[in-house]
Design a protein around this ligand. Structure first.
Ligand SMILES: NC(=O)CC[C@H](N)C(=O)O
Length: 212
């Protein structure tokens, strides 16, 4: 193990890569963008950004990254997916495209574009398990929600069950299973570094466990 901070990759095929890189740097880890298998092989953890899950899915084929990524996830690599990243990490998607790939790293069913049509966004303050110093302001952009979570998936946040939340009331929007974290919203866009700090801690713990 090196004394240096772990290196967290950001999958850079499409989506809000820059914002995740900035958030990870602020969380104190080294970062690199990942487009090739050789780059994927070197990182200690990976962020899958928000963007468009069907496009990213297609680009995983183009860049020959699908199987290498599945393998690293199956091998326990920590990962964090926001929005489209959550969709890709899930093992089942509703309202997805038939040919859309699932990485199968989270035992959840997500519903794509669940909050509404293309232009819809939605904001809400959420209580988030593991982040105890005040609510997380969540920005949802054409976001999925988690329709169901199974096994040892831990629910970290849900939309408050109020009338104002409409059909989103009570929906699960952040989960963790082992070293895999996912949010339906975009902390990388709000300047709230706490979710990235949580992920950086997950990666540090995984790296020191490997070294033990
Ligand atoms: N902001 C986002 O990442 C939107 C996700 C997008 N609706 C998808 O299906 O991939």
């Amino acid at each position: 193990m090196s004394a240096a901070q772990p290196c967290v990759g950001v999958l850079a095929l499409q989506g809000d890569v820059r914002e995740h890189v900035a958030s990870l740097r602020a969380a104190g880890v080294r970062t690199m963008t990942v487009r090739r298998e050789s780059e994927l092989a070197t990182v200690d953890g990976l962020v899958i950004p928000g963007g468009e899950s069907t496009t990213m899915s297609r680009l995983l084929d183009t860049f020959d990254l699908l199987e290498p990524l599945r393998k690293r996830l199956a091998g326990g690599m920590p990962a964090y997916g926001s929005c489209a990243g959550m969709i890709l990490l899930a093992n089942e998607v509703l309202d997805g495209r038939e040919d859309q790939h699932q990485l199968g790293a989270l035992d959840i069913t997500v519903r794509r574009n669940a909050f509404g049509r293309q232009v819809d966004s939605f904001e809400e303050d959420l209580a988030f398990t593991g982040i105890d110093d005040g609510p997380v302001h969540a920005v949802f952009i054409r976001a999925p929600w988690v329709e169901s979570a199974r096994g040892d998936v831990e629910v970290l946040a849900a939309v408050p069950d109020t009338a104002a939340a409409g059909p989103a009331a009570g929906r699960i929007v952040a989960v963790r299973q082992g070293a895999v974290l996912a949010t339906a919203f975009h902390p990388e866009l709000t300047g709230d570094g706490r979710v990235h700090r949580l992920f950086a801690d997950i990666v540090r713990a995984a790296v020191s466990e490997d070294a033990a």
